[in-house]
Design a protein around this ligand. Sequence first.
Ligand code: ZN
Length: 78
Amino acid sequence: MRCEDVTGILLEYDGGGLPPPRRGRVEHHLEACATCAAYANTYTAVQDLVQEALAVELSQADQADLDMALQTAIRRTA
Ligand SMILES: [Zn+2]
C-alpha cells in the first residue's frame, strides 16, 4: 500500500468504515511510515476538534443572538 492510497482512505479508516483486510493494510502502513502516521494523527485530532465544536451547546442568550444575526442576514439577502 502506497502513501497516496492511505491518505485517500483515511476518512473511511477513521470512521471505522473500512473492512478488516483493508483496515489491516492501513494499520500496517501507518506502523511503518512516519509521514502517514503523523498525517493520520493530525487528521484524527482535527476530526476530534470538529466534533467537540459541534457538540458545544449554545446558551439561550447565544442562541437568540445567533437567530437574530441569521434573520438579519436572511432579510438582507431576500
Ligand atoms: Zn506512508
